[in-house]
Write a protein that binds this ligand. Structure first.
Ligand code: PRP
Ligand code: ZN
Length: 294
């Protein structure tokens, strides 16, 4: 068997673009064509398999892939159905593509407790997660499995309620539905085969995850540089958002001014720049950070 690390990821859909972008920012380039469902990196022994998202946990469990980038919701759904769920584990939570799996119903549905779900028909693409929730609450209800467009089920009288992903809430609102219960908080995660994959593959996984961490934190962080009068330095530093310890340097020709530079762990809005300016700072630059290794 080849010692190249095989990673499953979604070929199209909400997660795929961002995941691809992040993997490429890790310094990996793939010869990719739209129809090419397997692509190989040149820089590290890594192959990508582009597949349907609900196939990802199964590909990892059956050892065809070593890692998978997938929504936690998809991972959990497949794990509940799986006879050997312990063969796969989440190795890293990516912190993006956050959404919730919710029970939702018509606006007029007065919901106070799970007991009201007794005997209801609930349309969902996540029957295993839903059934586990119902069982935990001692409820007997019918999960009506649908692969998509779950929101139309109440209107078509296919079901009384739905259990579906909510991100902005726009889809529910457009269909006259409201959230009645949140079952699960989800985000993009990296799953892996739980067993040890040998020193070579384990080392590549570790390197890849370190690079992903660096890419993700660089995305949120900014580098800010400015000049500031010495007498207002403490005010200026206090205004810099999420900054650990700024570098202060003497300016050659203006001894009453210093140069201040800092990594900010959050975005810098125009309001902050205006406040810095008002506190006496000048020549303010905000720069994106491309890579970061702590
Ligand atoms: C998901 C989900 C909802 C919608 C929620 O569907 O099933 O329909 O997104 O997002 P919102 O709260 O921002 O409106 P998706 O786009 O993944 O397509 P699918 O239903 O066909 O799987
Ligand atoms: Zn949908």
């Amino acid at each position: 068997m080849s010692n190249r690390l095989k990673i499953a990821l979604q070929k199209s859909g909400r997660l795929s673009e961002l995941t691809f972008e992040i993997i490429e920012k890790c310094g990996l380039t793939f010869s990719r064509s739209k129809n090419n469902l397997i692509c190989s990196a040149e820089e590290l022994p890594i192959d990508l398999l582009l597949v349907r998202d609900d196939d990802i946990p199964g590909l990892v469990r059956s050892k065809i892939c070593d890692l998978g980038f997938v929504g936690e919701n998809v991972y959990l759904e497949e794990t509940y159905k799986d006879a050997q769920p312990e063969a796969i584990e989440i190795t890293y939570k990516l912190g993006f593509a956050k959404c919730r799996l919710c029970l939702a119903g018509p606006q007029e549905f007065q919901y106070t407790s799970p007991s009201q779900l007794q005997g209801k028909k609930i349309a969902t693409s996540y029957p295993a997660i839903l059934n586990a929730f119902l069982a935990r609450n001692g409820i007997t209800a019918e999960a009506v499995a649908m692969n998509g467009s779950v929101e139309v089920a109440p209107r078509l009288k296919i079901a009384d309620l739905i259990c579906d992903l909510v991100s902005t809430g726009a889809t529910l609102e457009a269909n006259g539905l409201k959230i009645i219960e949140t079952i699960l908080q989800s985000q993009a995660v990296i799953i892996r085969r739980a067993e040890n994959l040998g020193a070579e593959k384990e080392a590549i996984i570790e390197r890849l995850i370190k690079r992903i961490q660096g890419t993700l934190s660089a995305r949120q962080n900014k580098y800010i540089v400015m000049h500031a009068p010495r007498h207002s330095l403490s005010d200026v530093v206090r205004l810099i958002p999420g900054c650990e310890s700024p570098t202060i340097a003497q300016l050659e020709h203006t001894p009453d001014h210093v140069s201040v530079a800092a990594v900010c762990e959050e975005n810098i809005f125009w309001e902050t720049i205006e406040q810095l300016k008002a506190a006496g700072a000048s020549s303010i630059l905000v720069l994106p950070i491309e890579k970061m290794l702590r």
